[in-house]
Design a binder for this molecule. Structure first.
Ligand code: UTP
Length: 418
């Protein structure tokens, strides 16, 4: 683009960026020009065109059906043991790995730093979310006599801080060579009138491209190749913000293998028809998660003959894939979803503007949009009190307070907190 960026910016309706060049010093100018050269204008147009629109077709245009699941605690002991044995065999063979998605911004929690560094005041001593996860994997390692490969996805925003935290914490005693970080991609934030935003450092403002971009990032950053080299066949991908996340459940693995599926997932029953979580369903006969905002109220309340919610299996970001499934999804494009968010920025006079209300669009792909490429998914219903203690909000429901209580109750029940 070298010197013709003026023309290109004008052609693409981004000429406001030229004004920043007028007030920038040499260093800042260089930075902004470099960013301008890297803009993918076609992508920006595409993204802006979906702003404030639902990228999914109207729900009425799909056939939405209830999907089957297996309740971990309602199956016979024989079935349970069969699944468990199949799963344990794979784990002990070193063919299993875990991935943590830790690239999110954690806006709702409002913690200053990567979400995984947030300390939960649990018993017997406070631990960060990362330490809680590390301890969970270490317990599995001890149980199966292995050392699992642990992959951690960060974002441009938090990569350095995350890696530094691990270093400072001496990797929580986890063998460093078994941990691999990789970085997810970015997408620009776009103002309501379609303009790119600039930050105080004269950089164009970008944000993480959503947890659904994990598939492409794993391919691009060589994680899938690394897994293949290590003969890893099954991969669990979970979120960073669940204090009861069980990353190594042989029953989920054994069930998925037994049902002949390439993907599996753990669910918990919705607290109530109104709980704001996505639930599993079949969408045009394909596995899918339907967002609570899309699920018509009457469907949300529908129950079967046993009184169970027909759309009651919450997607709690406990997903399992075989390596071929990850390859397959990574070769496809997932849709982007837009969210109207507050974004502070620098105006054309160099003044920082703090957004008081939503003023820009952020674009994200969702992890569950990868399920559609398969004929089926194995869903194992777990128990909220042993599988799901999310840390999403500063206070109230799904906050540190509720997560600490769930964590302490569970470990007390297991006899680990005296
Ligand atoms: P959420 O969708 O709850 O987002 O992430 P968040 O960033 O943690 O929190 P809010 O919405 O800004 O308050 C669910 C999981 O997906 C990861 C998060 O780190 C979390 O583990 N995630 C989310 C990513 O890794 N990358 C993203 O771009 C978004």
């Amino acid at each position: 683009m070298s010197d013709n960026y003026t023309e290109i910016l004008k052609e693409n309706g981004q000429e406001h960026l030229l004004k920043y060049l007028e007030i920038a010093n040499e260093e800042q100018k260089k930075r902004l020009i470099e960013d301008i050269k890297n803009i993918d204008f076609k992508k920006i147009k595409e993204l802006y065109s979906i702003s404030n629109k639902n990228t999914d077709k109207a729900i009425e245009s799909y056939i939405i059906e209830h999907t089957k699941f297996v309740d971990k605690y309602k199956i016979s002991k024989e079935e349970f043991d069969t699944y468990k044995n199949i799963g344990e065999e794979i784990i002990k063979n070193g063919e299993y790995a875990v991935v943590t998605m830790a690239g999110g911004q954690g806006t709702r929690l409002g913690h200053n730093g990567p979400k995984g560094t947030f300390i939960l005041n649990v018993k017997p001593q406070p631990k960060s979310l990362f330490e809680i996860l590390a301890d969970g994997i270490k317990r599995a390692n001890d149980k199966y006599g292995i050392t699992l490969n642990w992959y951690i996805m960060t974002s441009t925003e938090n990569n350095e801080k995350t890696q530094k935290y691990f270093e400072e914490q001496k990797y929580f005693g986890y063998p460093k060579e078994k941990i691999k970080f990789f970085k997810q991609g970015n997408l620009p934030l776009i103002s309501e009138d379609g303009k790119l935003l600039v930050d105080e450092n004269f950089h164009i403002k970008y944000a993480a491209d959503g947890n659904g971009c994990i598939y492409k990032s794993m391919k691009k950053d060589g994680i899938l190749d690394d897994m293949k080299k290590k003969n890893i066949k099954w991969i669990f991908i979970g979120s960073v913000d669940n204090a009861l996340l069980n990353m190594v459940d042989p029953v989920l693995l054994g069930l998925t293998v037994s049902e002949g599926n390439s993907i599996g997932s753990k669910s918990v029953v919705k607290r109530s028809p109104e709980e704001p979580v996505g639930v599993f369903c079949k969408k045009n006969n394909r596995p899918a998660v339907i967002e609570y905002t899309e699920l018509p109220a009457e469907m949300a309340h529908e129950r079967d003959e046993d009184g169970e919610l027909l759309f009651g299996e919450s997607h709690i970001m406990c997903n399992l894939y075989n390596i071929e499934a990850l390859e397959k999804i990574s070769e496809n494009n997932l849709p982007y979803h837009s969210a109207h968010k507050k974004a502070s920025y620098m105006d054309e006079n160099g003044k920082m503007i703090k957004a008081e209300k939503a003023n820009a669009y952020k674009y994200e792909a969702f992890i569950f949009d990868g399920f559609v490429f398969f004929d089926g998914i194995s869903i194992l219903r777990g128990r909220r009190e042993e599988d799901f203690a999310p840390v999403k909000n500063k206070e109230g429901q799904d906050s540190p307070e509720t997560a600490i209580k769930l964590y302490n109750d569970y470990w007390e029940k297991m006899g680990k907190i005296k």
